[in-house]
Structure formats: C-alpha cells, structure tokens
Design a protein around this ligand. Sequence first.
Ligand SMILES: CC(C)(COP(=O)(O)OP(=O)(O)OC[C@H]1O[C@@H](n2cnc3c(N)ncnc32)[C@H](O)[C@@H]1OP(=O)(O)O)[C@@H](O)C(=O)NCCC(=O)NCCS
Length: 190
Amino acid sequence: MSLPVPQPLPLPQPVLALDGGLTLRAHDAEADLPEFSRVVEESLDHLRPWMPWVAEHSPARVREFLAGRAELWASGAQCSYAIVLDGAIVGSCGLHRFADTPAGTREIGYWLHPAATGRGIATRAARALAEEAFRLPGVERVEIVHDPANTASGAVPARLGFTEDGRRPAEALAPAETGEVQVWYLRAAG
Ligand SMILES: CC(C)(COP(=O)(O)OP(=O)(O)OC[C@H]1O[C@@H](n2cnc3c(N)ncnc32)[C@H](O)[C@@H]1OP(=O)(O)O)[C@@H](O)C(=O)NCCC(=O)NCCS
C-alpha cells in the first residue's frame, strides 16, 4: 500500500514586482517594524472610518500584526503584503482565505497611506493580487468586499472589471460602516 504524497499548500509568491517602482512583498516582522509603524500612525485618521482595528491601535498591536504574518501566510489564511513604492512602504494589501471563504475563492484587501492615494496604486496592487490568485491551483474566483459607503474602495474593483454580486448584512464595526457590505467578484479567464 502506498501512502498519499502530501501536496504542498498552494501559496502566492512572496514578492510581486510590478512596473513603475511598485512592489508587493510579504511583510517582514522585524525589518518592517519601524517604517510600517510610522506608516500606520500617519494613516490612522484616514483608515479609522473603515478599518475596525484602528480603534484598538497601539504600537504593540502593530508588532503583533507583523509577528503573526508568517504563520498566517503559511496556513494560506492571510497572505499579507507591504505595498512598496520606490523602496518606501505606502500601505498594505493581501490575498485572504478566511474561515468562511470557499476553497476556490480568495479575497483581496488593501489600504494606503493617505499621501499614496489617487495614483492607481491600490488598483494596480489589486490587479496583481487577482492575477496571482488565479495562478494558484483550484482558485476560480476572487472577491473584493467593502462597505457600500466606501466609494473609494468600491472604485477599485469597478476599475478592474469586477462584477457586482449584491450586498449582505455585516456587523458595523468601524465608525462609518453601514451594516452592509458590497461584494464584487472576478472569475478566472477561460
Ligand atoms: C481604498 C483606498 C486604498 C483606495 O485608494 P485610491 O487612491 O482611491 O485608489 P487607487 O490607488 O487605485 O487610485 C485611484 C485613483 O488614481 C487615479 N489613477 C491614476 N493613475 C492610475 C492608474 N494607473 N490606474 C488606476 N487609477 C489611476 C484614478 O483615476 C483614481 O483617481 P480618483 O480618486 O480621482 O478617481 C484608499 O481610499 C484607502 O486606503 N482607504 C482607507 C482604507 C480602506 O477603506 N480600505 C478598503 C477597505 S474595504
């Protein structure tokens, strides 16, 4: 009797080099700490309306976030990248498979430092993450989920040709959240 050979978990690449000086790279818990902490601090007011974790923010929480990335990446649950422009961290994004995400689906998340908005960085990051998701065996659908009132976030999937897939109730946890989320999806070509 031969035992089944364990298959490696399909995980995204840790570095995605895009054009125009833009790179997505897996967070490095130690090396990123000072710069990422500063970027988070400077972004808090801009993120607070939509990101529940801002209410719990502290330097220790940022350290814990970074320290947990490698394990969450290895499990495939949350593959989080620093968004790096010309060598400087300007935000964070990720390709996630949460507990309730179907096996063939990945969800994209993103945020930017306020000074990095308005230049297509989130759109280009989300496009690269979707392309990377579809390289993973068995992944057929990518979603972006946002509060309907968060029009800047919703403009990202709209620009990328995602399809609106309706709204569902969701607990409003951050100050501007409405109690609903808008779901967008993209299917693998072919
Ligand atoms: C959501 C968020 C990342 C969107 O940022 P953004 O700057 O609007 O999005 P992009 O980086 O894709 O930039 C798009 C803008 O750049 C412009 N742009 C310039 N070059 C571009 C390019 N090559 N490709 C696409 N857009 C480009 C677009 O026209 C658009 O301009 P507009 O805002 O005047 O319409 C940002 O608002 C944010 O960090 N919000 C707080 C956190 C948050 O809500 N995260 C999402 C939770 S679901």
